[in-house]
Design a protein around this ligand. Sequence first.
Ligand SMILES: Nc1ncnc2c1ncn2[C@@H]1O[C@H](COP(=O)(O)OP(=O)(O)OP(=O)(O)O)[C@@H](O)[C@H]1O
Length: 852
Amino acid sequence: MAKGNVLKQKDKKKIKETTAKSKNSRSFSSLYAKVDRRKAKSISGAILLLLSIYLFIAFTSYLFSWKEDQDLIISTTFFNFIFSSPDIEVTNWLGKFGAWTAHLFMFKWFGIASFAFSFLLLITGVRLLLNIRILPLRKTYLVTFIGIIWFSTFLGLMTSRVNYLGGSFGYAIKEWLTSALGLFGAILLILVLLFVAVVALFNPDFKAIFQKYFPKKENSTSADKNNNAFAHSEEEDDLDEEEIDEEDLEEDEEYEVSFKDDNIDQDEQEDDEEDIEENEEENIEIDEEAESDDDFEVITKKEEQESPIVKPQSEIEENEADENEFSVEVPKNEKELTDKDLNKMVEDFGPYDPKLDLASYTPPTIDLLRKFESNQGGVTKEELEQNKDNIVNTLANYKIDIAKIKATIGPTVTLYEIVPAPGVRISKIKNLEDDIALSLAALGIRIIAPIPGKGTIGIEVPNSNPEIVSMRSLIASEKFQSSKAELPIVLGKTITNETFTFDLAKMPHLLVAGATGQGKSVGLNAILVSLLYKKHPSQVKFVLIDPKKVELTLFNKIERHFLAKLPGEEEAIITDTSKVVNTLNSLCIEMDERYDLLKLAQTRNIKEYNDKFVQRKLNPENGHRYMPYIVVLIDEFADLIMTAGKEVEHPIARLAQLARAIGIHLIVATQRPSVNVITGMIKANFPARIAFRVLSKIDSRTILDTSGADQLIGKGDMLISTGNEVIRLQCGFVDTPEVEAICDFIGNQRGYPEAMMLPEYVGEGAEGTTLDVDDELDEKFFDAAQIIVTHQQGSASLLQRKLKLGYNRAGRIVDQLEAHGIIGPFQGSKARDVLIPTDEALNQHLNEKGLR
Ligand SMILES: Nc1ncnc2c1ncn2[C@@H]1O[C@H](COP(=O)(O)OP(=O)(O)OP(=O)(O)O)[C@@H](O)[C@H]1O
């Protein structure tokens, strides 16, 4: 029994082994076939390349040696010439065979045009051996063969006897043509044929060529201009001739091909066909009938030809009209791409690369930032000892015993960490903060009691000789360079000399305050410089608002790379309050548009959306576009609030509340962090805050919700609060000349034709109404309700479009619609629910509510 079992197990094992073997041998054979095919390709490619070189040398040599060699070849047969006449000596560099081959091609066949054969062998050889596609093969072959025939004939016409220019072929055709048409007629005919061939093969746009060389002197209207800096066409680039080198043009061409599906020209289509053939060779099936993907519909020229033949509407109507009034409209079926096709798009063109538009862009180099001589700052041993003694004695005066004390030296301050003796209450130390600071007789002492996460008390004492933290050291830090953040920013060094980096996209906004002269502008520059060092112009855009009119002007130079502005504005950097209001409202429109696109793409945030776009799953034809992050920087917010009040506060609060998911981030800076500037509404929406030195404890509380910023020492000494903890940093120092050098470096490179255009915003002033939500109903309220119910879509942007309203007014009407139960509450990226199903129900609802 046991024996039988063993046998069975043995059998099973055998069977397994044999199936494994047969599987292996199958996979080996297919592998072998693959390797074999690759070998065959490489070998034939190499042979063709050698042949190409051989012909080229033979032909070139023939140009010099034909006189000597021709007599020898003509006087005998091929066999005799090559094999039986050892005494014959030819001058061709490739000997008898070379002389004979060249004679055959150049004299007997097509003349000098035969060089083209060598060219064809070259591109085919390279394709097979190296798998490099120099030109689309099929089209090149066609063009080359037509070219050979045409040139041979043309040169035949130019000569009076058979020679190596036109070859015998050219001469024979010439004889025949001239006897039939005369010399002039023959020349005319072949010129006409040339024209026909060029049109048939390349279909050039003669009008465009004409206009290029004889441009009309007309200003293009602003409507003609493409609002999106990314969608600018190659032609626009062409206009920018001075700045574009050939390499860039080539790259742009590549970009155009990979992006605009409907612009795929004949060449690429042929390439596609070739690719498909190759794929077929490799047994990759492309299932035309496979399930379709709704996200992306692309019609290439070929597909349009393939779609079912639909009679023109007029034709159908004519036929049918005789009998009755019945007309049929057959909707044209647009072909949808299958998943496989879509993946193939990515395989063929690669994922969409937003950087390709400015592929040659180089980020600023590190040497543009100043190197500080090895920092002289630091703390001497004596200083440390003295401070320690001071602290111990001062605390002893207040009867606070210390168990342990430890010093950590930072760039500008040293942290003395104290472990109090058992039984000492921390609150006691906290209460004595001011007295201790006074006793230590130093500005900038900050007491942290307790240090979060530790059971110790920290006393920060400024170093007598503070170090400058150079921006260069921060940018060069590994932490920053290896950061994978969406909007990486390196701001300074912590008290333990660690580089402090953060992701602005996660913050998601920043409030910056600091009295004048304490390092706020340097800090803002550090933020901008961090982004300039890490991001490509296609990935981030800045909206710079500078009511002080001086701080940010340097950045004007990078307008065509990194800035965004309102259409029709000359300056990208906004200094005028009324324009600030328009810009902020325009950003709100951009925000709504982005939310709509996100919804359409079924994505939750800009990152997912852009990832999907890069994977070519979102069709630009449907309005999708690669979304750059937008960083809005407002320097001196107090000025704005004072002059424009609610008009700026509202859109800022809205942006701050909602813009996070769609990649608009605000950095709002102010010298005066008082409560009427940083209102509750603003504060609530800016969890991340930075404070440079401020003048009072109250200011510190306004900005950070805690004191401490009033105890800073200035010159870039700062506190950053990210909601749960406050960190003291020494801000990186970047001087104006450095920022200037960086902007020059970027500005001198080729940029987009213009700054990124924000959506147009028509101010409400023109409508002459200022509405309040709580006031009576807006006069467009009923129209708006109707539209919302008809479209069953509760979005302010719909109202803006349909009723041509400004952003704020549409927003207020939406609020009123919600208040009167027509739409549901705000739901982030989703549109609000419409609570009334039909027009009749709406009328009834309005009547019931006594609204009309
Ligand atoms: N991080 C820093 N490291 C060293 N020195 C600094 C730093 N930041 C600022 N400073 C010094 O402080 C000076 C004032 O800085 P900054 O111009 O940034 O002040 P500000 O707060 O922007 O003033 P204002 O609001 O008047 O423009 C600088 O010229 C520089 O000398």
